[in-house]
Design a protein around this ligand. Structure first.
Ligand code: GLN
Length: 270
């Protein structure tokens, strides 16, 4: 599991947790991105899709937890809390990408559909709260993002460049003292305090949908590098993604994708 470990002889196991509960925002695409980036490098991959009600395995190398609505995310939390499969996997060094509701449920607490606090899984040091602000909807762009290098010397970081995606959430997240954030928000809301994302060890939480790994291949390769070792990741031709990123960055900075007026506003003003 170390970033310098040799090329492995077994398939990389990717666990996609409860896409029927946490698949509202297209985050299932993150599994496709990881699968393809491994296939391009001739690294075998085994994607394990875990529907609600089915026991999550604790044997995966990398877990994907996506975004969803307030009610379903409570059910996902209950199942993972009861099985403790994700806790065991993380203890073993498994990598996790948790997006929006996924990040919220991995924290200490988050609000359910009635606004009542629900205990989270406690794997990420953060709290999610309801605030008296409009839902955060639109393009989300960070300044230069970094994560601490979990196996480097103290203070070592890995650069991810600017992160791009879209956000759609009511809750806001307060990172705790033993976590770091991905970086500062340039456009959008993110955590709500000017920062975006929560990182603890090899668990990366983010408000970025897109899917985030389709828009940010360096983040995809960071997660894969933690599993297979960076030496196993031959460089890929990402020029098409670079074009997409340049276009999205320009659009976000030009505020072209500001939330449109709602149908209620339109009726009121017509
Ligand atoms: N239900 C959560 C919220 O609104 C998460 C939404 C999401 O996953 N996009 O804060």
């Amino acid at each position: 599991m170390s970033p310098t470990s040799p090329i492995r002889d077994s398939a990389v196991r990717i666990g996609v947790l409860f896409p029927d509960l946490l698949g509202t925002y297209g985050d299932g695409g993150n599994a496709l991105v990881l699968t393809q980036r491994l296939a391009w490098r001739d690294i075998a991959v085994d994607v394990v899709t875990v529907p609600a009600g089915q026991a999550a395995p604790d044997s995966c190398d990398l877990y994907l937890v996506g975004g969803g609505e307030d009610g379903p995310q409570v059910q996902a939390t209950r199942e993972l809390d009861e099985s403790r499969a994700l806790h065991r996997a993380v203890d073993r060094g498994a990598v996790v990408l948790a997006v929006c509701a996924g990040m919220q449920i991995l924290g200490h607490r988050f609000p359910d559909a009635t606004g009542t606090d629900v205990p989270g899984l406690g794997l990420l040091d953060c709290d999610t709260v309801r605030v008296d602000r409009p839902r955060a909807v639109g393009e989300l762009l960070t300044a230069e993002a970094t994560v601490p290098d979990p196996s480097g010397p103290p203070g070592a970081t890995i650069d991810l460049g600017v992160l791009t995606g879209f956000e759609n959430h009511a809750g806001r997240t307060v990172p705790g003292p033993s976590s770091t954030t991905l970086g500062r928000v340039e456009v959008g809301e993110g955590n709500g305090d000017g920062t975006e994302g929560v990182v603890c060890g090899r668990i990366v939480g983010t408000y970025l949908h897109g899917p985030v790994l389709a828009r940010n291949p360096r983040l995809a390769d960071l997660l894969l590098g933690w599993v297979v070792g960076v030496d196993a990741l031959a460089p890929l031709d990402d020029h098409e993604v670079d074009d997409l990123r340049a276009e999205r960055l320009r659009a976000a900075r030009a505020n072209e994708l500001a939330p449109r007026r709602s149908w209620r506003d339109l009726l009121r003003r017509s």
